[in-house]
Design a protein around this ligand. Structure first.
Ligand code: GRF
Length: 192
């Protein structure tokens, strides 16, 4: 049986990336083939290497080069691209080639608190400042705009009056770790 191949793209610490790697270690039909980062200092690279996953770092220019980007994915027979805290925009040539085959997770209930500059603590601070009564996670397909593709899954939580950006971030991270691998697995089974 052919194993479906995933590429994970990261820019940061990689708690989601590691969680996804661990989840798919136990699945025989799916394999995390490679982790790609645009940051040499990304902790995710080290974590993936320790797990025996090929991990590579490319500079921001590389990610703008459609030919290099696409031929790299092809060389690793990638079926699905998973963004796990990847901060660069994916070029249109790549989103066109991998339509409904690139997924992202965002730490708010999109379309609220998405778009350029809305990542990490910026999101949670904006949610608290706006006195929202709920927040959550959104898993969505990726198109050429930030946080804009079709929504696959959302899960929400209530925000207490005493909530801070820090306490909200912790709760959101728990939801991400709980749901992201499962939804990736569902997308693979449904679409490939
Ligand atoms: C997550 O909060 C995710 O929602 C966003 O980037 C963050 C990555 O966190 N897209 P980590 O590097 O997986 O800890």
């Amino acid at each position: 049986m052919k194993k479906h191949q995933i590429a994970i793209l990261v820019s940061g610490t990689g708690s989601n990336a590691l969680n996804i790697i661990q989840y798919f270690e136990k699945k025989c039909s799916v394999r995390v083939a490679v982790l790609v980062s645009n940051k040499r200092s990304s902790e995710a690279v080290e974590k993936a290497r320790n797990k025996g996953i090929e991990s590579v770092v490319f500079n921001n220019e590389w990610f703008k080069n459609n030919e290099k980007f696409l031929s790299f994915l092809k060389s690793r027979s990638i079926d699905l691209i998973v963004l796990a805290g990847f901060l660069l925009k994916i070029p249109k040539a790549v989103t066109d080639t991998y339509q409904k085959k690139i997924i992202n997770i965002h730490p708010s209930l999109l379309p609220k608190f998405g778009g350029k500059g809305m990542y990490g603590d910026h999101v949670h601070k904006a949610v608290i400042k706006a006195h929202e009564t709920k927040s959550g996670i959104t898993i969505h397909f990726v198109n050429e705009k930030y946080d804009d593709g079709a929504i696959i899954f959302q899960n929400e939580l209530s925000i207490k009056k005493s909530e801070t950006a820090e306490s909200l971030a912790k709760k959101i991270k728990k939801l991400e770790l709980r749901y992201y691998p499962e939804i990736i697995n569902r997308v693979i089974n449904d679409l490939l």
